[in-house]
Design a protein around this ligand. Structure first.
Ligand SMILES: *[C@@H]1O[C@H](CO)[C@@H](O)[C@H](O)[C@H]1NC(C)=O
Length: 184
């Protein structure tokens, strides 16, 4: 009887872990070009349908190794969603590209996609490097926030993701998501 109780509680805890107290919706996607050349292209990525799923494709025009390529992520928060943004403390400074994918793609994006099904981007594991050249599709993907932090600011969060080669901006993507309390 005691064991049954413990198993039941463990089971409940597991279900709770997957349900964050917030919901995330894609608000805006905006690609930008590099300073003198663009090597990453996000202009075919759109939000579709009522659920605003991510759909389309992105392109890396060459292989990107960990020595020459870096990525930075600036984060801004607009608690009232009125377009007034304040810089958040959790920025990611320019980080070597493979390390960045292993840390952030794995936590924030990979749980939402299925390699070979909803994306053809390869699975990012410990041996992942360099970032491959290619055209990669994303098919109707909604964010799975299971591995996201439990504390995130409500309102609009804007992430400016910039790719660098030899210290120079080679393009990137601005993503805005709406974060709301989950209705229960
Ligand atoms: C999703 O993207 C694919 C590939 O770009 C496109 O063919 C399809 O029409 C898109 N779906 C919607 C609903 O826009």
């Amino acid at each position: 009887m005691k064991w049954l109780g413990i198993i039941l509680i463990l089971h409940l805890m597991q279900n709770i872990k997957c349900e964050q107290s917030y919901e995330v919706t894609n608000e805006r996607l905006e690609p930008f070009e590099g300073d003198s050349q663009t090597l990453v292209f996000f202009n075919n990525l759109k939000t579709v349908g009522r659920e605003r799923a991510l759909n389309g494709s992105f392109k890396f025009s060459g292989e990107m190794n960990n020595e020459d390529f870096k990525v930075s992520v600036e984060l801004y928060s607009s608690p009232r969603g009125d377009g007034e943004f304040k810089r958040m403390a959790m920025d990611v400074p320019q980080t070597s590209i493979c390390d960045c994918f292993k840390k952030f793609y794995v936590q924030f994006v990979q749980p939402s996609v299925k390699s070979g099904e909803t994306t053809n981007f390869p699975l990012v594991d410990d041996d992942f490097c360099p970032v491959p050249e290619g055209d990669f599709y994303i098919k109707n993907v909604l964010f799975n926030t299971e591995d996201w932090p439990s504390q995130v600011p409500r309102g609009i969060v804007k992430a400016i993701i910039t790719f660098f080669s030899g210290g120079e901006n080679v393009g990137g993507l601005i993503v805005e998501v709406k974060i709301e309390d989950r209705e229960s």
